[in-house]
Design a protein around this ligand. Structure first.
Ligand code: BGC
Length: 253
């Protein structure tokens, strides 16, 4: 029997969010709990908060956990916007230990990959066919690529070099805020980024997510690219939902 409930945790630069998830509907069951990300966000400090979140819900099943990093076989490989101590950390083992679970009951995955898994399962059905690329615009830019619904993990297209710059340093949503850009100015940068990306991977569909997709009407209509663009339907909770799904379905690395 397939489990109909799961538990997901989304670890971000400012908050660590967890919730029970209804895996038939792709929706949270009850409220999510958010705790500020500790500073510095070392693996040990983050693990303590994650344990607190899981205890709060008295959840004893498998747990899916996202990190804004490349994850290979449960080991975090990069740390673009997180504490450098995460590089080389066996996150699977760390969380299994602190949550008192078997390593197999922990599913670690990249945050954008998790959000993409949620969109593929519960969002626009068009995303399940052909090549779909989800991009999350937040502190950085996350990417997730799917071929007929199957994930190609850890794509890291936020770090594509565009016009001599790391793309996320110019086109992440945080840059819009930090540089005080208007939606119009920022959309131009996003447009340039998406043009470079579509010319390299020729997707059938882009899904744009991240907090800034709540105000999608202010910038998505300004985009002028070949590929069809839709707005993520799960928005803020996509990471949690995707993580919970990964924990139940298992993930490939
Ligand atoms: C990281 C990615 C992550 C993205 C969104 C990037 O800086 O390299 O792993 O998915 O930010 O959080």
């Amino acid at each position: 029997m397939t489990a109909t409930r799961g538990f997901g945790i989304d670890i971000g630069g400012s908050g660590i969010k967890g919730a029970l998830v209804d895996l038939e509907k792709g929706a949270l069951i009850g409220d999510r709990l958010r705790i500020d990300t500790p500073r510095p966000a070392t693996p040990e400090a983050v693990a303590e908060v994650v344990a607190k979140v899981v205890r709060h819900f008295a959840w004893d099943g498998p747990v899916g956990i996202t990190l804004p990093a490349v994850i290979k076989k449960g080991v975090s490989q990069t740390a673009a916007n997180i504490d450098p101590q995460w590089i080389g950390t066996d996150a699977d083992a760390l969380f299994a230990d602190v949550l008192d679970r078997k390593v197999d009951d922990i599913a670690m995955l990249n945050d954008a990959d998790a959000a993409g898994m949620a969109e593929i399962r519960f969002g626009d059905p068009a995303a399940r066919h052909g090549v779909t690329t989800l991009l999350t615009f937040g502190t950085g830019i996350g990417s997730a690529v799917f071929q007929d619904g199957k994930l190609v993990p850890n794509t890291e297209f936020g770090h594509l070099e565009v016009d001599g710059h790391d793309a996320e340093k110019k086109a992440a949503a945080s840059v819009k805020d930090n540089e005080g850009l208007t939606y119009h100015q920022w959309a131009k940068r996003v447009n340039r980024y998406l043009t470079v990306l579509e010319n390299l991977i020729w997707p059938d569909l882009f899904i744009v997510g991240g907090g800034v997709s709540k105000k999608s009407e202010k910038w998505v209509p300004l985009l002028d690219i070949r590929t069809k663009v839709v707005v993520a339907s799960l928005q803020n909770n996509a990471g949690i939902v995707g993580a919970a799904a990964a924990a139940v379905e298992g993930i490939e690395h």
